[in-house]
Structure formats: structure tokens, C-alpha cells
Design a protein around this ligand. Structure first.
Ligand code: AHM
Ligand code: MG
Length: 330
């Protein structure tokens, strides 16, 4: 059910953001304008995902992305859509995508009118689209650091410096979950009016839930602590849920509780997921909802990235469940 404002009006994502701006007397509206580029792009991506089979845009291309991974046709469409929508917005100095080798500098001048950086994973879990499974877009907004030299290095900031983060899940409905550092809000796209409407304000993750989300097929190549945790969970009445798309798995974890894990493996010794495009924005959401997010023994959002495509291990979710995992890792 839609939430209403005190006057009985619907709360769209734009209404919410304009209201949020009022909390900051000096607000310029630039962040709102950037976030509205993301809602525009994701509405378009949502429509393309829904028609993917009909438009023959399922499956992979012959090309690989910067990380040597096969690109899906929709990866490329989603990436171009976000770059097009964000690239024209005043307020952005740099845009970085999981699909592009280098961050894109939108203005080489250190223009003070462009105080933000946007990073995104355009279509996370994209191979799920072929089987009509959930996929999503993940985004992170940082304040631009104009002192950085060369300028691309300005993106290399720890997650605690994010000013906004969120994801859009393209599932049975299209859902936007986001934070600007003042709690987590959830919106559902009403396709009949083309607008994201608020359905939950200040979302909180359950404190505990006996559920874990992990690709357990790799158990033999996880470090011992994760193997011990899983053996302990088996004996203690846990259930397992894994969609294979981080957005879908973290969304379920936020709503139902539990823990989402992607440990280091022999083939990905640092972990598979990307710190800046996936782990940090999800960590900000989970923490803002009252949960915890760690990479090994370190809080994910305190890690200093060395490269924009850095990978990390991930343990995030309900605070009590994350503590139980960490206990087995120590
Ligand atoms: P992608 O960004 O290339 O789609 O990869 C990230 C995805 C995540 O959505 C998901 O959690 C993970 O890869 C699944 O990996 P695996 O198939 O190894 O379980
Ligand atoms: Mg991804």
C-alpha cells in the first residue's frame, strides 16, 4: 500500500527528496537532480528488462567487460542508459561504471558547481534475466574530492564518505531502496503512472533471522571460518536462500533478516564482489537500516580502495547474524 503524507498526498521519490532538501538550508538541489537521473534511467531499464524476451535482447554478446567477464546484451543497454542520463546532469564531476575500464571525467576543470561522483553497477546479476529471475542496478554517490591528482583518483574514497546509495530491483515489481544518510526508504514503481511511490519509510532490518544466503557449492574453497559457520548453522536450524543476484539476495535479507555472504574462494581470493559498485552501497543501506556489513574482520565502509574495481569479501545483514558469522571467523 502507498504511504501518504500528512495531507493525504502520495509520496513519490521526487516529493521525498525535495522534502529532504529542506533539512539542509544551503541545499542546492544538485543531489536531487542526480538521483532523478537515476530514477529516469532505471525506469527505462525496467521497461527494457520486462520486454527483453520480446525484443530479443536476452543472452550474451561476443564482447567482454573490463574484468574479462562476458557481457550480456542488457548489461550494455543498462550501462549506456545510465551514462546517458547521468552524463548530462549538472552537479556530477565523475561517473564510474563496473562495465567501464576507467572513470569518466565529465568536466576536466575542477568546477565547484560539480560536487559529486556517481558509481554504479548497471545490471547486477544480469545472467538471471535469461531465466526471468531478479536483477538490479546498484548506485553510490560520493562527494567529489577536488584535491585529488590525477582527478580520477577522487573516486578512491572509503564507503563512509558516500552521501547516498541505493538499488533498484527489477523483480515481480520494480523496487527502489535508497538512503541519503537519513534512514532507508522504499519505493515501488507504479507502471500505470510511471512514478516511484513510497511504500515504506525508515525501513529497519530484523535484528536476527535464522537464514543465510551464500553460494554453498563453493564451500570447500571457503576459508575455514566460513566452513565452521556453515557447519554450525546446519546444526542450529538455519535455512538457506540464494537467488544468485546480489540485489535480490540483499533485498530479501533487508526485509526478512538473515545474513548475505560472499567469502573469498580459491578462484577469487579477495572475494568476487566489487567494493565500490556493490559492497559499499549495500553496506550503507544495511547499516542505515540497523544492520552490519563486514569484509573479513573489517567494517566494509572503512576500507580504503586502491583501485576503482577492487573486490572484497562480504558479510552483511541482521546485526546478530553478522556477529555470529564474525565469531566463527575470528
Ligand atoms: P555481476 O555484477 O557480474 O552480475 O556479478 C555479481 C553477482 C552478484 O549479483 C551475485 O551475488 C554474485 O555475482 C553471484 O555469484 P556466483 O554465481 O558465484 O554465486
Ligand atoms: Mg554486479
Amino acid at each position: 500500500m502507498y504511504l501518504e503524507d500528512p495531507n493525504g498526498g502520495l509520496v513519490s521519490v521526487q516529493t521525498y527528496l525535495l522534502d529532504e532538501e529542506k533539512r539542509f538550508p544551503g541545499a542546492t538541489g544538485r543531489l536531487t537532480w542526480i538521483l532523478s537521473a537515476i530514477t529516469l534511467a532505471t525506469k527505462y531499464i525496467s521497461a527494457r528488462c520486462r520486454r527483453a524476451r520480446l525484443e530479443d535482447i536476452l543472452g550474451s554478446l561476443d564482447s567482454e567487460n573490463v574484468q574479462g567477464e562476458v557481457q550480456q546484451k542488457l548489461d550494455v543497454i543498462a550501462n549506456e542508459t545510465l551514462l546517458r542520463c547521468l552524463g548530462s546532469r549538472a552537479g556530477l564531476a565523475i561517473v564510474a561504471s563496473e562495465e567501464n575500464e576507467e572513470p569518466i571525467i565529465l568536466r576536466t576543470s575542477n568546477d565547484p558547481e560539480r560536487p559529486y561522483i556517481a558509481l554504479f553497477d548497471p545490471l547486477d546479476g544480469s545472467s538471471n534475466i535469461d531465466v526471468c529471475g531478479g536483477v538490479g542496478t546498484i548506485f553510490s554517490i560520493l562527494a567529489h574530492d577536488r584535491r585529488a591528482k590525477p582527478m580520477e583518483k577522487a573516486v578512491l574514497q572509503p564507503g563512509i564518505r558516500q552521501v547516498a546509495a541505493g538499488y533498484v530491483l527489477y523483480g515481480p515489481s520494480t523496487i527502489l531502496v535508497m538512503t541519503t544518510g537519513n534512514g532507508v526508504q522504499m519505493f515501488v514503481l507504479d507502471p500505470s503512472i510511471g512514478s516511484f511511490l513510497m511504500v515504506e519509510k525508515d525501513l529497519k532490518i530484523p535484528k536476527a533471522c535464522k537464514s543465510y544466503s551464500i553460494n554453498e557449492a563453493y564451500v570447500d574453497s571457503f576459508p575455514e571460518g566460513y566452513q565452521n559457520y556453515l557447519a554450525w548453522a546446519h546444526k542450529n536450524g538455519y535455512s538457506s536462500r540464494y537467488a544468485g543476484a546480489m540485489v535480490a539476495d540483499v533485498h530479501r535479507t533487508l526485509i526478512r533478516g538473515g545474513v548475505f555472504l560472499y567469502p573469498p574462494t580459491q578462484s577469487a581470493p579477495k572475494g568476487k564482489l566489487r567494493l565500490m559498485y556493490e559492497a559499499n552501497p549495500m553496506a550503507m543501506l544495511v547499516e542505515q537500516a540497523g544492520g552490519k556489513a563486514y569484509s573479513g574482520s573489517e567494517r566494509t565502509m572503512e576500507l580504503q580502495p586502491g583501485d576503482v574495481h577492487d573486490r572484497v569479501s562480504v558479510v552483511m545483514g541482521s546485526p546478530d547474524e553478522v556477529d555470529l558469522v564474525l565469531k566463527h571467523l575470528s
